[in-house]
Design a binder for this molecule. Sequence first.
Ligand code: NAD
Length: 502
Amino acid sequence: MSTIAHWIGGGYTAGAATRRAPVHQPATGAVQHEVLLGEPDDVDAAVTAATAAFETWREESLSRRTKILFAFRELVSARAGQLAEIVSDEHGKVLSDAAGEVQRGLEVIEYACGIPELLKGSYSDQASAGVDVFGFREPLGVVAGITPFNFPAMVPMWMHPIAIACGNTFVLKPSERDPSASGFVAELWREAGLPDGVFNVVHGDRVAVDAILRHPGIAAVSFVGSTRVARYIHREASAAGKRVQALGGAKNHAVVLPDADLAFAADQLAASAFGSAGQRCMAVSAAVAVGSAAGELAGLVGRKAGEVVVGPGRDPASEMGPVITAAAKERIENLIESGERQGASVTVDGRGLKIPGYENGFFVGPTVLDHVGTGMDVYREEVFGPVLSILRAPDVDAAIELINSNPYGNGTAIFTNSGAAARRFQRGVHVGMIGINVPIPVPMAYHSFGGWRDSLFGQSHIYGPEGVAFYTRAKVVTQRWPFDDPSAGPQARASLHFPTAR
Ligand code: NAD
């Protein structure tokens, strides 16, 4: 069994860690590695390396930074298959899904390759007589990322390519449940020519996170994970004077109107609810059937759920893998049971699923609960498993109200053939990312990703233009060179009143 070590200052190190955590293979239930759990001294070592590297990295030309980003892009692209295998083995998701995650991360790297264009400043010539005004953005310094288990390659890539392209140095604290992808990515950064200390990885749990939140050398924190922890991160990092964006959990509703193509909608809903065993922050976990759509939709979705091929992530025949831990399996099965107890009908039941040859794997089969009410635990909690709840609403306005009554506001979708209904929906919902006949509306890399309400704490969405803004701060210069400049006009004596343009 191998030990997964930190990556600090351009190489692996065991650092100060004495504690370890098991890393399972979810398909078999076996422990395949151990990961070191970092101590505050490890965070401090990473920040020291990143602080030293910042002094030179911030001075690197845009041209040289871009060359390194392009080289990194080529390496990630060339090794995408290997990275997907690492993700699949520790997360459990099927290989094609892991490859999709790597691809979406790669797109953020490609966006960051355009950093010279993205960091172009602004210039106002002759803002006043003989006076010009220009703005540009500078990096923040050492910035940190704390990431969840469900996208061990992609979610860190929402952060570090942009932060580094902007001239910052980076400390990543990945999920301790599937940590290997981060070391692999660190090696690719080094191979691409990134100077030592610009990208660092400290593994660990809450101890390492708290050390990051309190470290005075860290200027900003990006967090993605559950709402409970996101709220804590936002509060603590803000109190420590850091810039912070903290993305939380979700309960994503898909509304299906009776005028929709119901077979299409059911197909999309099932793919969204059961892909990655429902462990996506943008997975649809609540279908809201409007009016007469309900009966037929429930039947079609149930049929789709029953057809999903569940198995180990490495088997090309598998469409859906296991969930991340035995504890997650137990929690999900308990929530299904609570739904049943509280009055929902379990029309497709994934509890107790055993896959031949993988009897100890953490498998939960696709599950559909019909007639779910908003008071039930299975609706109120983020299940984060392959469970689709079906609710009913009399019309689109009632569906919008239902969505807005839920505390989360990450993603939502509507299936309809009516442009008017879709427009009413997109304007009415208090949700950050909306799909129209698109079940998982994750914005492309050149837009930004972020939910509303309990799905995001802080001002900034992540990656895209808001990512560049988050990892930089603005300077505006007002300049005058009056001595020899005829456009400056007669040199007026300085006045004591507040300066206004001439
Ligand atoms: P999590 O909140 O348990 O863990 C996220 C990170 O925080 C990990 O690195 C973990 O080590 C650390 N952490 C855990 N508990 C902590 C504590 N008490 N104090 C300090 N740090 C702590 O989340 P998870 O289970 O790894 O991931 C699943 C969650 O992430 C779901 O809620 C999902 O919706 C959410 N998520 C959200 C988005 C988004 O973009 N909004 C994207 C992916 C995942």
